[in-house]
Design a protein around this ligand. Sequence first.
Ligand code: 2AM
Ligand code: CA
Ligand code: CA
Ligand code: CA
Length: 263
Amino acid sequence: MESLLDTALDQAEKLVREVSALLLSDMEGREIITKSGDANFVTEIDLMVQEKVIKGLCGILPNSNIIAEETKANDFTLGKYTWILDPVDGTTNLMYGYKYSCIALGLVADGIPYAGIVYNPYLQELFTARKGKGAFVNGRPIAVTGSRTLGDSLITFGTSPYDKGKADETFRVTKNIFLKCRDVRRSGCAALDICNVAAGRMDGFYEMELQPWDYAGASVVLEEAGGCITDWDGNSLSYVHKASAIASNGHIHRELNNILRDK
Ligand code: 2AM
Ligand code: CA
Ligand code: CA
Ligand code: CA
């Protein structure tokens, strides 16, 4: 018999899929607000998605906390059930019509990342995972690649565009990684990048100073697909404050981490 939590997650998957229609709507004339930082934006669509998802989640698991990117003052404490929502991951891509953005939702239960729901409406791909039950795209099981070395790997990374003070370090380590791996990619949506590692379409991903909503949902998808995600010190990621992230198929994790840390 399905547990109450499974039923709630089924409903949350349906909710995310339904609300994602907003990402496909015309951006012409939509308001774009610049947030503090270097290239940090929020659009009307981000706010509308967030409002609808939060409203839906309140009905699905009434006593849960919700941490969401566009909330003015988040309470970063984990309750019994805490949803962590990025209403639009890849806002700059959305503004440009680049078609590489998603809704990313994670559920932390009793302090443990328990479930991930990441939906890419352009490809109609729903990435889902529940702890101990595997990772899926549209219900089909996914798994990380078997690449054993960076030399056999395709790596995607983020440039932390919201803090250009990080550029020297990002591009210095990226040159080192590029020289050792097959090639690098940069697409602008951390959650989908991590899910692409989970689906075996990439071998690894890194970015400095992400926020919990960038990786909360995707991290469960990746771990359930057999991959590994840590901060740049090799520690588990925090779900209540920002962290630099490394996601990989597991095999190349140490090699990638060592280069990022100049070891
Ligand atoms: P966003 O589109 O939800 O803002 C781009 O390099 C990646 O970094 C995207 O996943 C983007 O998410 C994320 N990002 C943007 N601003 C950020 C910030 N201030 N802190 C952490 N991550 C951010
Ligand atoms: Ca943002
Ligand atoms: Ca984000
Ligand atoms: Ca966002």
